[in-house]
Design a protein around this ligand. Structure first.
Ligand code: GLN
Length: 200
């Protein structure tokens, strides 16, 4: 059952509302996260079972995170709590960011190249096989980054032109596309399974 899960959705900027809707469809409760207090309660514990960091503009999100020590609080949070980064969210999670280099939470052992597929006009929708059951998956790429290196503990679940586009490393999941913009809820379900797994 997914009903008992509360999933934070970082709502500083970007495609957070569509993620909240995907979570609702699967019976989870989304909680929009705008401040450190939304994420960590007065008892110092996490207020959510997991967190989604949406697509958008990672540079803009970083600016918001500079306020109220939010960057440091989030950096500590993602070391222990299941987190799913999509597109800009995946850039924030990465150990190394290139093109250009940029600060990140450095939680996930990958290198990403920002805007690797070109400008906004080069955004594209592909259907491709993944390791998930249920046949080919629709993937919406919008000014997507490219994962150019994965560490030894990173599992690749889907690729585009030979580069990983969906990866998992322990309690962290990342996609360079926007699963919240497709009707297929398999990726959000995968994240909820991961959250449940880490709770048990
Ligand atoms: N190009 C954006 C960035 O570098 C990511 C795009 C997206 O999240 N769709 O942050």
């Amino acid at each position: 059952m997914t009903t008992s899960l509360t999933i934070g959705v970082l709502a500083l900027q970007g495609a957070y509302e569509a993620h909240a809707q995907s979570l609702r469809l699967l019976g989870a409760t989304p909680k929009l996260i705008r401040t450190p207090e939304d994420l960590i309660g007065p008892d110092g514990k996490s207020t959510v079972d997991g967190l989604i960091m949406p697509g958008g503009e990672s540079t803009t999100m970083l600016k918001f995170l500079e306020r109220n020590n939010f960057f440091e609080i989030l950096k500590s949070f993602v070391t222990k709590t299941p987190t799913f980064g999509t597109c800009a969210g995946a850039i924030l999670l990465a150990n190394e960011v290139e093109h250009p280099a940029q600060k990140s939470l450095a939680a996930l052992d990958i290198t990403v190249e920002r805007n690797a597929y070109g400008r906004q006009i080069d955004s594209t929708i592909l259907k491709s096989e993944t390791t998930l059951p249920g046949g080919p998956l629709e993937m919406v790429f919008i000014r997507a980054p490219r994962i150019t290196r994965t560490g030894p503990k990173v599992e690749t679940l889907a690729t585009r032109d030979g580069f990983p586009v969906l990866i998992r490393s322990g309690h962290l999941l990342a996609a360079t596309f926007h699963p919240e913009l497709s009707d297929d809820t398999r990726i959000h379900k995968l994240f909820l399974d991961l959250v449940r797994e880490s709770k048990s």
